[in-house]
Design a protein around this ligand. Sequence first.
Ligand code: SF4
Length: 244
Amino acid sequence: MPKHPKRSPPPPIPNPALRRRFRRRLLGWYQRHGRDLPWRRTRNPYHILVSEIMLQQTQVDRVLPKYNEWITKYPTFQVLATTRLSHATRTWYPLGYNVRPKRLHAIAREVVANHGGKLPADAVTLRSFKGLGAYTVGAIQSFAFGRRAPIVDTNVARVLFRVFIAHGDAKSHATKRHLWVISGALLPRLQVFDFNQALMDLGATVCVARQPACHICPMKPICLSFPFTQDTGKRLNPKQRGSR
Ligand code: SF4
């Protein structure tokens, strides 16, 4: 018995033709079915930061009214930075996970004190703010600054895993790392904003955790998990593997 059992190699990165098909299908679907959300009508880095922090572990329909209220009360980093934390925390109620308004307030103060009131665009500085993990940084970079930054949150991970991997442990570190690589490889040169928003929408509205709506999914012809069944939670159609 070898001391260290051999690890299986990560699944391959989708080839260029498959990547193009995925992008085309996703962007076409998003044009017709993408959700109209207020933070998609702006490129203001502060507004996008607020929306991303509010959306951490919170459903869109709960965030919507609070996002509008927050942006009306505290429209800029400067206004938030000079607001008392207790007021900001009260405004946040009842969103929960109350460390978030504190973090947002601290970021506003730091941005005003050290960055001239403008949110920096580079990943290293963004990661240095408390509460901004890899996903949130990618979201801010792509949504606010149009950078080619990948995102992987729970919804995106589910879509990419089902379409391109469909076997093994979806939650292992190796798989998670690989999903970031896939997400980066899929990014288009242009339309990064729409592409990343579309990925999240597909996972939130079609390729949901339980009972994904495969019959209306644009990825049906290229998805390794199609048709997905709740019984096994696995792909049923091995032929699909060779048919792309
Ligand atoms: S075909 Fe089904 S499993 Fe595949 S991405 Fe679409 S909804 Fe998800």
